[in-house]
Design a binder for this molecule. Structure first.
Ligand SMILES: Cc1cc2nc3c(=O)[nH]c(=O)nc-3n(C[C@H](O)[C@H](O)[C@H](O)COP(=O)(O)O)c2cc1C
Length: 370
């Protein structure tokens, strides 16, 4: 049996294999943030398809961090029953489920008009070629309210029977904005040195532990480098990952931070059509894996079974995390049990993401055979 199908665990959470469904926003939540019937179907199909751990899509912890009207929420107790149902659905199929805890920060401004929602950020940046939407710097009180919201959401996740939480610390959202010297020019305790730019992450971690306890698996997705020159550099992103491991986060998923223009060099690179385009965060992941003591998940363009096996065998990562291949082929993990020569048929056109930007529900737009 391939090492990919061997059971593994994250802080005592037993997983049936090494495959993770990377967090995937699906635009299918109810308007009040509750889990919808459609989402139960999507997650059931994924769990039946063999994946070990499913990470939900971005789930906002506080209304100020909501980025879409069709997004899940764990910002209030009324959201708990829907997630309880979701956890049961996934567990019945033998998989485990973590919820991705999220605050959009200034990215809110891209989807909501300022009158309805004012976008919050570490700092107001006026000369950013990649981002001109209106936003303002958070007050000290707003920062603490946000920290407490992450802790409260974790308590709700536990109550719902979800197996873990993953803090979203990547992809241009609030935690990336605090970490990046490009978007964080604060001169108080929340800006300046790397340690100050990580204070928000640390306080969120501490609040989660206070409210969810020492034994609950707390994961983090970390953007270790921004997609353009002048942003966060890898040496600092790697230090951040090391801090996360030292503080007690139970697994790290390695990705990118702020986005520039277009998709190239971002978390979802297009056109993964040959082996040397695959595993585009492999170098970062390998480097970080050597310098931390917690499981590491590799995400980003993994499509070929042999390559994934090599990554795990060489101890470059502990888990393989997939997003786009599972949108197109939710049963691909079980398919690989019978035919590991099969290469994921996703062509990484990113039209699934464009669909979401138009406010439609997530789906693969390519015909089944091409
Ligand atoms: C449609 C779509 C939705 C996504 N939603 C999320 C999300 O909610 N949270 C997140 O951290 N990443 C999200 N991502 C990024 C993926 O989790 C993943 O990091 C990226 O797509 C690279 O993996 P892949 O090559 O296997 O697709 C999304 C990507 C796509 C294409």
């Amino acid at each position: 049996m391939s090492i990919l199908f061997e059971p593994a665990d994250i802080k005592g959470l037993a997983l049936r294999n090494r495959f993770v469904r990377s967090a995937t926003y699906d635009g299918c939540a109810e308007k009040n943030g509750h889990v919808s019937r459609r989402q139960l179907e999507i997650y059931e199909e994924l769990a039946r398809g063999g994946v070990g751990l499913i990470i939900t899509g971005i789930t906002y912890v506080h209304p100020s961090g909501q980025i879409s009207v069709f997004q899940n929420s764990l910002a209030s107790d009324d959201c708990i029953p829907g997630f309880r149902n979701l956890a049961r659905t996934v567990h019945r199929q033998g998989a485990k489920i973590a919820v991705q805890l999220f605050h959009a920060g200034r990215e809110v401004a891209k989807t909501f008009k300022p009158r309805r929602k004012q976008a919050l950020a570490p700092s107001a940046v006026t000369d950013d070629p990649h981002f001109q939407a209106p936003h303002r710097a958070m007050t000290e009180d707003e920062i603490w309210e946000t920290i407490r919201a992450f802790g409260d959401a974790s308590r709700r996740a536990m109550e719902a029977g979800l197996d873990a939480v993953q803090v979203h610390g990547a992809h241009a959202y609030l935690l990336s904005q605090f970490l990046s010297p490009f978007t964080n020019s604060r001169t108080d305790l929340w800006g300046g040195s790397l340690e100050n730019r990580l204070r928000l992450h640390h306080e969120i971690y501490r609040d989660i532990r206070t409210k969810a306890g020492e034994d609950y698996p707390v994961l983090v997705k970390v953007g270790v480098e921004d997609s353009f020159p002048g942003g966060l550099e890898f040496h600092e992103g790697k230090r951040a990952a090391q801090y996360f491991s030292q503080w007690g986060f139970d697994a790290l998923e390695i990705s990118s931070g702020l986005r520039g223009t277009g998709y190239e060099n971002t978390e979802f690179r297009p056109g993964i059509n040959q082996l040397d385009r695959e595993a585009y965060f492999r170098e970062w992941c390998r480097d970080i894996k050597r310098s931390v003591n917690v499981p590491v998940m590799m995400v980003g363009g993994l499509r070929t079974f042999d390559l994934m096996e090599e990554v795990i065998q060489n101890q470059e990562a502990d888990f393989i995390s997939l997003c786009r291949p599972l949108i197109r082929e939710p049963g691909i993990i079980n398919d690989w049990k019978h035919d590991d020569r099969h290469r994921a048929t996703c062509i990484s056109c990113n039209r699934c993401f464009d669909v979401l930007l138009k406010g439609e529900k997530l789906h693969c737009v390519q015909s089944i055979s091409h």
